[in-house]
Write a protein that binds this ligand. Structure first.
Ligand SMILES: Nc1ncnc2c1ncn2[C@@H]1O[C@H](COP(=O)(O)OP(=O)(O)OP(=O)(O)O)[C@@H](O)[C@H]1O
Ligand SMILES: [Mg+2]
Length: 164
């Protein structure tokens, strides 16, 4: 059963993930400019960067979306607002997070999408939304996405998504 705080969807293919990204983009649109913190969790190679890429495409970004694994962050200045894509997989210490200027990004009203938030726990600002991607046994292109709202803004985003 879905409460107002949790939403789960089956994504049977890359196309389904792309459709979900479009819906997610529409749902977060009213909140991007004021800043939003989204944690993206799930095992290696499950599709966190793929989902982010489709989300940026849905916002009209036409350039290359590369995994920020080595630089830890990529910033996209879009008409709708700033999207900051982090990948903390290679983060060693929370001081590194400070060095990245995480607070500055959050302070300037950036919509932060953070892969591997578990590596920055304690130093990361709290999430508005926690998204988890899971693979599905014996279905190589299927995923399950679970979104949990962790703030009132997060709940409003989920409400938007549920009404689609
Ligand atoms: N339904 C699906 N949704 C998303 N990606 C899918 C799906 N089916 C297959 N894929 C493929 O899974 C791969 C996901 O790779 P991606 O780099 O996005 O993973 P990741 O979660 O960001 O990994 P990492 O933790 O290493 O950063 C891509 O090659 C993508 O094409
Ligand atoms: Mg990735």
């Amino acid at each position: 059963m879905q409460t107002s705080q949790v939403l789960e969807r089956q994504l049977s293919s890359e196309a389904a993930t792309t459709d979900f990204a479009v819906q997610f983009a529409q749902a977060i649109t009213p909140f991007v400019a004021q800043g939003l913190m989204v944690y993206l969790s799930g095992e290696l190679g499950v599709g966190k960067t793929f989902l982010t890429r489709q989300l940026l495409r849905a916002f009209g970004y036409k350039g290359v979306v590369k995994s920020p694994t080595y630089g830890l962050v990529e910033v996209y200045g879009l008409p709708i607002g700033n999207i900051c894509h982090f990948d903390l997989y290679r983060l060693n210490t929370s001081e590194e997070l400070e060095d990245l200027g995480f607070r500055d990004y959050c302070g300037m009203g950036c919509c932060c999408l953070v892969e591997w938030p578990s590596r920055g726990l304690g130093a990361l600002p709290a999430a508005d939304l926690a998204l988890i991607l899971r693979s599905v046994t014996e279905k190589p292109t299927a995923r399950t996405v679970t979104l949990t709202a962790a703030s009132m803004v997060g709940e409003r985003v989920l409400l938007q998504l549920k009404n689609k």
